[in-house]
Design a protein around this ligand. Structure first.
Ligand code: URP
Ligand code: ZN
Ligand code: ZN
Ligand code: ZN
Length: 461
């Protein structure tokens, strides 16, 4: 089966050109000047549209256990919503429960995801129980294609690791060339602030933000960077939200350290004011790190331009307002942490192009090409080039759309971006050569997605 995508503007991290793309089976066969290719089984006219590599969302949580409940998207519903929004690969997190092994964790996550994904997927491993077995098992995880490990400086008693435990895992990361991903917030100090607020009768959602000040993200980020420096481990800061944390990352990168960071659309477009909405509405915006004052957004956009922020992921972790967020109705500490977003990352970042914050190339780079390289998937993913998987998005840059829970495909009862009017829209999506989204709607299948065994970080110096 040969598909010809004709006349579109092909985007890459380094430039754009009008070209035809020939897909043969699951792969891109060739890219050439318009008119070079002859017959094909199917022809898609992409005139006036962008033809870009499918998005790679390197930070999602489908069916994640948290606070006595599970994030509401299954691998099936979440990957289908991702496809609707032009994301053709996710990297989700397998979560080690205390007292269990990494192998049993990996087995459990394969059971959830295998045969249930609409697009290709990989795993990171969350380490929450550092011991000799866990450290040894990091090696077998890497052999199984799970080459990055997330640790938490937040959530004492749940996912939290001490500095000593982090140091041990970082030494193993250094030894194996794998990457430590860090949730960098000082959870010990935050828990005290949160307990004080609650004791003073302050129970509403905005307290979640007020008790997690940006300084405590900056402090933890700096500490993680120093631990990585001492051990020589590569470090990737996840969901960076605060200017203080960005400054620490920029300083380390300027000094030549292998430190990388991602941010998420919610930190670019939403703020602590959303968390302060009346009633219990603010709970919809409770995630960690919390939404910040709007002043941080300028720094984050600048970080995306300077590459101190090199990836945009969603941290998609949806909890329904009606029956999940409500668990914290009387105590903000019990609101499940997380927000939905996997469907709208490509569109939201396109607004950055429209507004002149980032270039088209940077859009592709931060949302697809860099995540592919960062997490060992390049050049199979993240680029429109001969030999790559035919994960392709045909994007109409002029279309208009309004985001709403009524029209989105994520399995959650609200949109954090309700009423946002956007310019640009996904028109057609191919996953390994198959059209999965088009004018006909979703025509893919939740048995189509395959597990991706990943290589090591391809940026390490
Ligand atoms: O609030 C968040 N971010 N929930 C998901 C878990 C995490 O820390 O990434
Ligand atoms: Zn986190
Ligand atoms: Zn997360
Ligand atoms: Zn429910």
């Amino acid at each position: 089966m040969r598909t010809l995508i004709k006349g579109g503007t092909v985007l890459s991290a380094t430039g754009t050109s009008v070209a035809d793309v020939l897909v043969d089976g699951e792969k891109i066969a060739a890219v050439a000047a318009p008119g070079v290719f002859g017959e094909a089984d199917e022809v898609i006219d992409a005139t006036g549209k962008y033809v870009m590599p499918g998005g790679i969302d390197a930070h999602t949580h489908m069916e994640m256990p948290f606070g006595g409940t599970f994030s509401h998207d299954t691998f099936g519903t979440g990957t289908t919503a991702a496809a609707w929004g032009g994301t053709t690969t996710i990297i989700d997190f397998a979560v080690q429960a205390k007292g269990t092994t990494l192998q049993s964790t990996l087995d459990k996550w394969h059971e959830k995801a295998d045969g249930n994904c609409a697009i290709d997927y990989g795993f990171h491993m969350i380490i929450s129980d550092v011991n000799d077995t866990t450290l040894k098992e990091m090696e077998s995880c890497i052999g199984a294609g799970v080459t990055s490990f997330k640790m938490f400086m937040a959530y004492p008693g749940v996912f939290y690791s001490t500095d000593g435990e982090i140091l041990l895992a970082m030494q193993k990361a250094r030894e194996t060339g794998s990457t430590i991903m860090m949730h960098a917030e000082n959870g010990i100090a935050i828990d005290q602030l949160a307990a004080q607020a609650f004791a003073a009768g302050k129970t509403e959602p905005v307290q979640h933000g007020l008790t997690r000040p940006p300084e405590l993200e900056g402090e933890a980020t700096s500490r993680a960077i120093q631990l990585a420096k001492v051990t020589g481990s590569p470090l990737y800061i996840v969901h960076l939200s605060a200017a203080q944390a960005l400054a620490a990352v920029a300083e380390a990168r300027n000094a030549g350290q292998n430190v990388f960071a991602e941010t998420c659309p919610q930190y670019l477009y939403l703020s602590i004011e959303d968390m302060a909405k009346p009633g219990f509405e603010g709970s919809k915006y409770v995630a960690s790190p919390p939404l910040r004052e709007k002043s941080h957004q300028r720094d984050l956009w600048r970080g995306l331009r300077t590459n101190d922020l090199s990836v945009v992921s969603t941290d998609h972790c949806p909890f329904c307002f009606e029956d999940q967020k409500v668990l914290g109705a009387d105590d903000f500490r019990a609101i499940p942490n997380g927000m939905p977003g996997v469907e709208h990352r490509m569109d939201l970042l396109h607004q950055g192009v429209v507004a002149g914050e980032i270039t088209l190339e940077r859009w592709v780079e931060t949302c697809s090409t860099t995540p592919a390289r960062m997490f060992g998937l390049y050049p199979r993913k993240g680029v429109i080039a001969a030999g790559a998987d035919a994960d392709i998005v045909i994007y109409d840059p002029k279309a208009k759309q309004t985001l709403s829970a009524e029209t989105h495909h994520m399995n959650v009862d609200y949109s954090a971006y309700e009423g946002f009017e956007l310019t640009g829209r996904v028109e057609t999506v191919l996953s390994r050569g198959s059209v999965v989204v088009s004018a006909a709607g979703f025509t893919g299948s939740t048995t189509h997605g395959r597990f991706l065994e990943r290589d090591l970080n391809q940026y390490l110096s």
